[in-house]
Design a binder for this molecule. Structure first.
Ligand SMILES: Cc1cc2nc3c(=O)[nH]c(=O)nc-3n(C[C@H](O)[C@H](O)[C@H](O)COP(=O)(O)O)c2cc1C
Length: 286
């Protein structure tokens, strides 16, 4: 089943990239060949020569980010090639997220791919509300084991497709408004006096939305709202001018979560009280 695997991912703040690298390791451990590529501004991606495509994306407003849909629209046609779709979210497989893979799967199937496996993985949330530190660390700890199970399933050809809630199909439509918001958001990012014009933002923006002009960042209207520039700026000099509530005030940094030490057993039930965290609870206790 797994001979030559193509892994294509879209990540803003590094969670999906971490997932993709973990998949890569697990697939390699089986002795298979795997080629990993990120979906960013100038990526030239060839998938037809591979035996299987694995698509991974960060969930944005109950959808895949627009760049994923654009890439799928331009994808070459194949004949009955197996494919896997993995979504990575902060909230898990609960309402309103359950339909987030539907459009990507439909697009893949219209290109001749046979999507036989789909799954949601949960990583720390990078927008609006942060995942509590012990839970965030636990999510990173359980990742390799979760992926090993998925890779074993894929290797055996296990069929795993899910049925989204009807209401979530509606939410994915509403979520498309986020694209418009993203353009406004990106255009109105501000830089403070602490900006040194180092160019980190312009060279790391996956959308190609930031250029340096006279040693200062200039923002265009191509933003994906991935938040990489705001959280990743080495001087913390970037701030949104609009839609400020989406940013976690204390920032988001996967490397800091890595450094958290869990000294005692995490009380998952206690830390995941309320509907908002029910998907994380289900995921961690599964
Ligand atoms: C603009 C935006 C929209 C998001 N929408 C959702 C959502 O609808 N549901 C959810 O569970 N998480 C949502 N998230 C959280 C991310 O899916 C989650 O933190 C993911 O791990 C980020 O992956 P990345 O680091 O690869 O970008 C959103 C994040 C962003 C930036």
């Amino acid at each position: 089943m797994l001979k030559r695997v193509k892994l294509v991912y879209y990540s803003g703040t590094g969670c999906t990239e971490r997932v993709a690298r973990c998949f890569e390791g697990s697939i390699r451990d089986l002795g298979s060949e795997v080629h990993v590529q990120s979906l960013s501004k100038n990526a030239m991606l060839v998938t037809a020569e591979y035996d299987m495509l694995v698509l991974l994306f960060a969930v944005h407003a109950c959808n895949a980010p627009e760049v994923v849909y654009k890439w799928l629209d331009g994808l070459e046609h194949v004949k009955d090639k197996p494919a896997v779709v993995i979504s990575v979210s902060g909230g898990g497989e609960v309402m309103p997220n359950t339909a987030c893979r539907v459009t990507s799967i439909n697009k893949l199937e219209s290109k001749g791919y046979q999507v036989f496996y789909e799954q949601m993985l949960v990583m720390p949330s990078n927008w609006i509300v942060s995942t509590k530190p012990p839970l965030a660390k636990m999510l990173l700890n359980v990742l390799p084991q979760k992926i090993k199970i998925i890779v074993n399933d894929i290797e055996k050809g296990v069929f795993h497709r899910t049925t989204p809630y009807m209401i979530d199909r509606f939410f994915t439509r509403i979520g498309l408004i986020e694209r418009l918001g993203a353009r406004y958001f990106g255009k109105h990012i501000r830089f403070s006096d602490s900006c040194t014009g180092c160019g980190w933002c312009s060279s790391n923006c996956p959308a190609g939305n930031i250029t340096l002009e006279d040693g200062r960042p200039k923002f265009s209207n191509k933003c994906h709202l991935c938040l990489k520039c705001i959280y990743g700026c080495p001087r913390k000099a970037l701030k949104p001018g609009l839609i400020k509530f989406v940013i976690i005030k204390d920032g988001f940094d996967l490397n800091s979560i890595d450094k958290i030490e869990l000294v005692e057993e995490v009380d998952v039930l206690h830390l995941t009280k309320g509907y908002l965290w029910s998907g994380v609870r289900k995921y961690l206790l599964d």
